[in-house]
Design a binder for this molecule. Structure first.
Ligand SMILES: [Fe+2]
Length: 457
């Protein structure tokens, strides 16, 4: 194999005739020749042609710097350069030492044989080219690996960014979906504010209990949806029937009442995205001991969401749908739960009485109607909310002083007792407009109790 590149050779010799003889040999073979008369000059030439010189032939005996010393320094400048030493027989010991230290690749004794010298130089240059090509390929692979790595990182970053973007869009869609469901519930508010409050409070409590049971993501959202929609089928039923405990109902009323599950389910199944909430809605009247409807499912066979909504819904029904009249409450409690349930709270204000009855109803239904673990979590949140309400400071505000963002502390009712807005609602400019009109028409009082601040905040 003949070296394929046009190589530059540096010849260093203080004897001009030897340098010229060498120059002729290599120039005739197409090599480009540089010459120097001593080591120092040779180093200057090498620095100036660092990238092009691939082989050096240096005489050993030169004034100032010996050939092996010069080649040692040349190696530091360009380690891969081929270094050949020309020498007389008397210098053999120094040469062997230089070869052993790796400072030179080959050496020739004077007088040399032209053909042998050329053959050795060509062979050395072939190796030089192979090494260079090998290095080039290694650099190429290294560079390509680096590019692949960077590309991989870039692709990963793009994928990460796209995933984040999709997640954000998904969250926005879910948010907008939930806003639509909540908007639907505000229609219930308009038609029947008590039922609206009952539905919203049930969904809110169910969500907190479900989260406490380690339910997350879509499953948590589905329980909230079921909380908001499980009883929309009640909308067409008379309020008197809705507020009854099942134990108070006649057989005919109970049959009629149970139809609300079918209606709620029908509405939910008509929207694809609501379908995962179907089972929770279908089974929210099952009992923990298997005595419920429609399938008589027992304990953990009842979906968790349905067990939560069954308990949260029954509590919220009492506090939102029962009449706020002491005598009527006492009568209902005796009918639904027996006289023991009212003991010790006969003199409570109606709202406090309903809260206490709600809790007692949950506790009395443990292991029969309700899952005990869910009741313990639910009561914790009910008490937290009560404490929160009791510790807040309220004041009476004239209707013309109402501002958007104020929170209603007590239910707002018409003069004839019809519920208009439930407590804890945040006033919007539209609501204030309606309140002002009703107030001017003397259909409601001229003042309203609003929350000023939470105690200690
Ligand atoms: Fe129901």
């Amino acid at each position: 194999m003949t070296p394929s590149h046009e190589h530059h050779i540096l010849i260093v010799d203080d004897e001009v005739n030897i340098a010229n003889a060498l120059k002729r040999i290599f120039r005739n073979r197409g090599y480009r020749i540089h010459t120097a008369l001593n080591g120092a000059e040779g180093l200057v030439c090498l620095e100036a042609n660092k990238e092009s010189i691939s082989l050096i032939i240096s005489d050993q005996r030169m004034p100032g710097m010996s050939g092996s010393e010069f080649l040692e320094q040349a190696k530091r400048i360009r380690p891969e350069i081929i270094r050949i030493l020309l020498t007389g027989y008397s210098d053999v010991a120094a040469i062997i030492d230089a070869v052993n230290r790796g400072e030179i690749h080959r050496f020739f004794t004077k007088p040399w044989n032209d053909e042998q010298l050329l053959a050795q130089v060509e062979q050395a240059l072939e190796q030089y080219e192979l090494k260079k090509e090998n290095q080039r390929l290694q650099d190429l692979v290294k560079n390509q690996n680096k590019q692949l790595y960077e590309l991989g990182i870039k692709q990963k970053n793009i994928i990460d960014a796209k995933t984040q973007e999709l997640e954000k869009k998904n969250q926005a869609l879910n948010k907008s979906f939930m806003s639509t469901i909540r908007l639907l519930v505000t229609f219930v508010d308009v038609i029947n504010p008590s039922l609206g409050s009952y539905i919203k409070q049930t969904a809110e409590l169910a969500k907190r209990v479900a989260r406490d049971c380690n339910v997350q993501g879509d499953a948590l959202r589905d329980i909230e949806i079921a909380g908001l929609l499980h009883d929309v089928g009640l909308l067409g039923l008379p309020v008197e029937l809705i507020s009854k405990d099942e134990s108070e109902m006649t057989e005919g009323e109970a049959k009629f009442f149970r139809e609300h599950v079918t209606i709620s389910l029908f509405l939910i199944q008509s929207v694809e995205k609501l379908k995962p909430a179907s089972d929770t809605v279908l089974y929210h009247h099952e009992h923990y001991d298997g005595s419920g409807a429609p399938n008589g499912l027992k304990a953990e066979a009842i979906p968790l969401g349905a067990r939560i909504i069954a308990a949260a819904g029954d509590y919220c029904k009492i506090v939102n749908l029962w009449p706020e009249d002491r005598n009527r409450i006492i009568k209902k409690v005796r009918l639904a739960f027996g006289p023991e349930m009212i003991k010790g709270i006969e003199d409570y204000p109606p709202a406090a009485m309903l809260g206490e009855i709600g809790e007692r109803a949950l506790l009395s239904g443990i292991n029969t109607k309700y899952d005990p673990e869910i009741i313990s979590k639910l009561i914790k949140y009910i008490r937290e909310d009560r404490q929160h309400r009791e510790s807040r400071i309220t004041r009476q505000v004239r209707m013309h002083s109402l501002e958007s963002g104020m929170v209603i502390a007590k239910d707002l009712r018409t003069m004839d007792g019809k519920l208009l807005l439930s407590k804890d609602i945040i006033l919007s400019p539209y609501m204030i407009g309606v309140i002002m009109r009703l107030s001017r028409a003397r259909l409601i009082e001229d003042t309203m109790e609003i929350v000023v601040q939470q105690e200690g905040s």
